[in-house]
Design a protein around this ligand. Structure first.
Ligand SMILES: C=CC1=C(C)c2cc3[nH]c(cc4nc(cc5[nH]c(cc1n2)c(C)c5CCC(=O)O)C(CCC(=O)O)=C4C)c(C)c3C=C
Ligand SMILES: [Fe+2]
Length: 423
């Protein structure tokens, strides 16, 4: 590494401005952003005790609702479920307090805990996010049905909507990839920042909780698609086109947030998160004709438009017929069924995953980490999935292998902690 001679000192804000203008590449040689940031006046983000980085990289952790639900999707996810190993509810409360503190710091671009200077102790922060911006890091916590079993004396507080998920036709669920006492969805625009988030939560949990399952996921990055068009799933189709517009608060209230009238009171402002790990039979799909693929979804692959239309956002009109009088959008297509006659909506927030290959078959182990939020899964996700599981043309190409339903806690106020309305 060269010396600091002749190096102009840039603030983080300077750097972000240049990045926005596309100037960083011109300004920096192979030493790149990291070296410049480490030598700049501001200490590297991620090192304990440093000031927060530029606001555009921060999604506030504290608020009425948890972030990571209606806030815009980031490019990467690292999601895991923990099983509690303690049976002491006070220890769970302490864990949730420690997690809150760590999340508030990490989302603000700081490391976990105070700076570690004792060479004889392991550092408090694991270090892989030192020098990295928080890249809109969010943490979203939920508790599963097992959180309300006899261990913590919370059985009376289990929400009625937190049902045991029914078995759906075709399910091939693996227990190791399902359920869990506490789920944490960690999203960021950098995979290492997201991984650092969940890794440090697991570290803090030592002696109180262990990871039961973990799944990383991705979508196209902002760098590859600066316009931010609808991302494509691994079957090549635009996925998310007809998601409800939750920027509109009344839509979010209708579809996502638990109102006081639904109860229990501690869930007001929370939501229910459904996770389905859905493996895709990619090799079969890749041998399927374009016509069949489009028939399966009810949309054109390249434009994302409903069959017979040109515009991705054209209204789905199931009454339209072709020259032979057959519906343009097949009634057994994915969108025709998932549309639920326009009466039921969910907020989808899924990511593609790729876990290498299945060593037994040599086939790709890849698919969709399907995540959705809804106000009451008994009225939204469950009837929708029942219909899809029974009739969807897409079922030929997918299999559900993991599942979880979680009560997503309300947001945390300053000075509060995750789950403080429940614990
Ligand atoms: C039970 C809910 C749903 C599951 C499970 C699900 C799996 C799944 N979906 C795709 C790809 C697409 N889904 C699309 C639309 C769509 N999907 C659901 C629900 C589930 N999908 C809904 C509610 C909708 C919107 C229906 C509407 O009213 O228009 C689309 C089309 C584009 C879009 O609107 O997003 C695609 C593509 C896959 C690959 C998959 C399982 C692997
Ligand atoms: Fe779908």
């Amino acid at each position: 590494m060269d010396s600091n001679q002749d190096r102009k000192t840039y603030t983080r804000r300077d750097l972000l401005k240049l990045a926005g203008a596309g100037g960083v590449g011109l300004l920096l040689g192979a030493g790149g952003v990291g070296s410049l940031m480490m030598n700049s006046k501001t200490t590297a983000s991620g090192s304990p005790g440093t000031p927060p980085s530029a606001s555009e990289d921060i999604v506030p952790f504290y608020g009425k609702h948890q972030s990571g639900i209606v806030t815009p999707m980031q490019d990467f996810i690292c999601m895991g479920a923990f099983d509690l190993t303690t049976t002491d509810v006070q220890a769970v409360r302490e864990l949730f307090k420690s997690w809150t503190e760590a999340c508030a710091r990490m989302t603000a671009g700081q490391g976990v805990g105070d700076e570690s200077t004792n060479a004889f102790l392991p550092p408090k922060d694991t270090g892989e996010a030192i020098g990295l911006l928080p890249t809109r890091l969010t943490f979203t916590f939920g508790v599963g049905a097992s959180f309300f079993d006899q261990r913590f004396g919370l059985a009376g507080k289990r929400p009625e909507a937190l049902i045991d998920m029914p078995r759906f036709k075709g399910d091939a669920l693996v227990d190791d990839w399902s359920n869990g006492d506490v789920v944490v969805q960690v999203c960021a625009n950098d995979p290492q920042v997201a991984f650092h988030g969940i890794r440090n939560l697991a570290r803090i949990a030592r002696g109180k909780a262990v990871l039961r399952w973990l799944q990383q996921g991705f979508q196209r990055t902002g760098a590859a698609d600066p316009k931010g068009s609808t991302p494509r799933n691994l079957l090549g189709f635009k996925d998310g086109t007809n998601n409800p517009d939750v920027k509109n608060a009344s839509v979010a209230d209708e579809v996502v947030w638990v109102p006081p009238t639904d109860g229990p009171a501690w869930m007001t402002g929370g939501s229910y998160m459904v996770v389905r790990r859905i493996r895709m039979r990619i090799e079969v799909w890749d041998r399927t004709s374009l016509g069949e693929q489009e028939l399966t979804f009810g949309r054109h692959r390249d434009s994302g438009a409903p069959i017979g239309e040109k515009d991705e956002f054209a209204k789905l009109d199931f009454s339209k017929k072709d020259a032979k009088g057959r519906p343009l959008i097949d009634p057994a297509s994915h969108v025709a069924l998932a549309h639920m006659e326009g009466k039921v909506q969910i907020l989808r927030r899924g990511y593609s995953y790729s876990n290498g290959i299945d060593l037994k078959t040599g086939q790709l182990d890849a698919g969709l980490l399907f995540i959705c939020y809804n106000r009451d899964p008994r009225k939204q996700f469950v009837p929708m999935q029942q219909k899809l599981a029974a009739q969807d043309r897409l079922n030929e190409y997918i299999v559900h292998v993991g599942s979880g339903l979680y009560a997503c806690l309300p947001g945390v106020g300053q000075g509060g902690y995750i789950g403080d309305t429940l614990l």
